[in-house]
Design a protein around this ligand. Sequence first.
Ligand SMILES: [Zn+2]
Length: 249
Amino acid sequence: MINLSILETKAVIIKTQDFKENDKLVWFYTEKLGKITAIVRGAKKSKSKFLALTLPLCYGEYMVYKGKNLYTLQEGKIINSFQGLLDNLHKLTFSSYLCELIDIACSDNEINVELFRNLVTTLYLLNTDALDYELLIRAFELKLLKSTGYNLTLDRCSICRKKISSSNYISLSYYGGVCDQCPREHGLFISKGTYNALRFLMNMNVDKLYRLNLNNDIKAEIEKVTTFLICNNYARKPKSLDMLNFIKE
Ligand SMILES: [Zn+2]
């Protein structure tokens, strides 16, 4: 007998793809199961109850059951479809980037409740008009790096472990600040302002971000650090990065 135990979890849709004539494959980043792929039968039919439930970025409560290779979507309820993000090119690009980051940084079935909550909060904040979106994305990148094993050490020298209050250099092989005595190799020079901002961004909740006001030089340096770490530590470079740079110009 096949055991069709139904699992219920909150999830965000990070990617979809047509499958066969009427079906869809949907990649969910879930609270309780990590990243999973589910088949949605009949999702492409115009009268399908799954049509609205399986749009990219949709955040909802989903019921799935596990098959041999894939999950199957059984039922779902939208919490926030975030479709407003699709009307604005910047927001669309930023949110696609967030989904792509989750896709490349997380392995299947690896549960990370904190990262899941950070993703949902970041999407909610992106959906408002009250924030510096670039800073929001940087904060998310730092949280993602932290939750996937690439936490930056900023209160100690990342090489000799001596306590430091600040530094003008980030080592990209030791993942952190470097003291005055240690060699400056394979890293980036940054301003002290950037160092402090990095430390602040790493430890703050994304919903407190409105308190932070940084100049463009500092933002550009933070971006250099996070982009380098993302492009060099994960399986592939996010494609939406090119789009992000394109719309910035
Ligand atoms: Zn040192």
